[in-house]
Design a binder for this molecule. Structure first.
Ligand code: PPY
Length: 497
């Protein structure tokens, strides 16, 4: 039985020379870990002698503390009878958020995916919105991801008896009710206490495939345990500098029935997301104190602080090793040129995701949709397109079923959607995700009828005019809904007097 530790005793260890914290009802001595904490010591010290669960939960896997801290530092369970309640102080921001949640538009008034983003922008805690919405540098690519879809126009066919339309498909041999999969996004508990489980429950119910993120707030097993018996998952992988950790993680996922491995290849270093970084400079915990020259990385933002484990030495030479440790199909996520698409083909992987990581990595990289046209041309010139063994996926900027149909007409097998689902559950939990899926269904039905296709196989490149896709100048129709939710970058702020 675990030792009982009284709340009063925990409270006495509230400083740098002796720092105890409570996480999930357990007491830990983190004094010697302070300087090793990737997010810096300052944030831990804020919770010295207190319950840190709420701050810990969204940004750590549940077992991070138990695996990183030597056993002798696990001091026991907080005695529920003696605990001096370290009740979280209800801040003004909490009260405001509660009020805003109560005033949200009812779900039936959410008509499109932009609506979720607009609600999320208002109700999310500032840091969560900054982390989720941010993109790199001047945020040109995140906006280009939307614009690219508007440079492609439909060439609809008529009189084709579209009384029945069917948008179901198979993705990497797995049934999917939509040609859309839920792409990996990290830190779901910043947006909702159930985090990624909202996605799992909705996806299971509606036959949609979820890609589990290495950096999800919920652990891999929690997610898989919440699934229906035959629910399909893919796994997104950040490759660890310690390949043994990666091997264990991948093989565990395969044993638990994950059907494909998406290796992220566009993030040897994390992009500078200034909205996220800016908030850390002026925000509370790592903020003011940090600027006074303490030891916390000064301007890292949530993401950069926890990305140190990612291996920047990953290269094409590593692909055979991945093939040797798993039988799952391997897909490289984050390809942006025909040259790399051909290398991926030659490396014998089963597919690629044309992606710029939602505009969060190399700014002014092109959109996946634009890259798609050059990739299919290059593969065709090689005589290897279309292929049954090599699939092309696209993600970034998809907000409408019309976007999905354009990508499929141009050769994508399916598209990934990340932020919109994240915003849907941040604002409305599982029901929000279900509504988002329903919106895709409704829009697919209408757009397929109007385009003159009954099944996704009937989509053809001739059904779109993509002749302007490479043009980055000229007038564009304005995307009013998107622009009204898009939050411009902020400039340096004065300190308040
Ligand atoms: C991203 O934020 O774009 C991610 O891919 C997730 C992430 C989160 C924290 C560190 C590294 C990557």
């Amino acid at each position: 039985m675990s030792t009982l530790v009284s709340g009063e005793v925990v409270q006495q260890h509230n400083n740098r020379s002796s720092c105890w914290i409570i996480v999930h009802g357990k007491v830990y001595d983190v004094t010697e870990f302070l300087d090793e904490h990737p997010g810096g010591s300052k944030i831990i010290l804020k919770y010295a002698g207190k319950d840190a669960t709420e701050a810990y939960e969204p940004i750590h896997p549940p077992d991070a503390i138990t695996t990183n801290l030597p056993k002798e530092k696990h001091l026991g369970t907080v005695d529920p009878n003696t605990i001096v309640q370290v009740v979280k102080e209800v801040t003004e921001a909490d009260l405001r958020r509660k009020m805003l949640m109560e005033a949200r538009p009812p779900l039936e008034e959410i008509l499109n995916l932009h609506d979720f983003e607009a609600v999320a922008k208002v109700v999310l805690p500032e840091k969560a919105w900054a982390y989720y919405s941010s993109a790199s540098d001047d945020e040109i690519t995140i906006r280009e991801n939307r614009l690219a879809y508007q440079r492609v126009w439909f060439r609809p066919r008529v009189l084709r008896d579209v009384s029945k339309v069917d948008w179901s498909t198979t993705i990497l041999g797995q049934k999917s009710s939509l040609p859309v999969y839920i792409s990996a996004t990290a830190l779901g508990k910043l947006g909702h206490p159930d985090g990624e489980l909202n996605l799992t429950r909705a996806a299971g119910k509606h036959g949609v495939i979820q890609m589990i993120a290495t950096l999800a707030s919920c652990s891999f097993d929690e997610i898989v345990d919440a699934a229906l018996p035959d629910q399909t998952f893919f796994l997104q992988l950040y490759v660890n500098r310690d390949r043994e950790i990666t091997k264990r993680y991948v093989q565990h996922a395969e044993r638990r029935g994950v059907k494909a491995l998406f290796i992220t290849v566009d993030a040897p270093q994390l992009g500078r997301r200034e909205k996220d970084m800016r908030l850390k400079l002026v925000g509370d915990d790592a903020g003011a104190e940090v600027q006074r020259g303490q030891d916390v990385p000064k301007d890292q933002g949530v993401a950069r602080a926890i990305s140190a484990f990612i291996d920047p030495s990953l290269s094409w030479d590593d692909i055979p090793w991945f093939k040797s440790i798993t039988k799952m199909p391997i897909i490289l996520k984050g390809i942006s040129t025909a040259e790399d698409a051909l290398l991926a083909y030659d490396a014998g992987v089963q597919g690629i995701v044309l992606s710029n990581h939602g505009g969060r990595q190399l700014d002014t990289a092109r959109s996946g949709l634009e890259v798609l046209t050059e990739v299919t041309a290059a593969l065709r010139a090689r005589g290897v397109y279309p292929s049954r063994t090599f699939d092309i996926f696209v993600d970034g900027g998809v907000r409408r079923a019309s976007d999905v149909l354009k990508a499929l007409a141009l050769g994508a097998k399916a598209v990934g959607v990340g932020r919109p689902f994240l915003y849907a559950f941040s604002a409305y939990g599982q029901e929000g995700v279900e509504r988002a899926i329903q919106i895709f269904r409704d829009e697919l039905e209408m757009n397929m009828r109007l385009l003159g296709v009954r099944t996704l196989d009937e989509l053809r490149p001739e059904m779109v005019d993509a002749s302007a896709i490479h043009s980055h100048v000229g007038t564009q129709p304005e995307d009013k809904l998107y622009n009204s939710t898009y939050q411009p970058l902020a400039l340096a702020a004065f300190r308040s007097a």
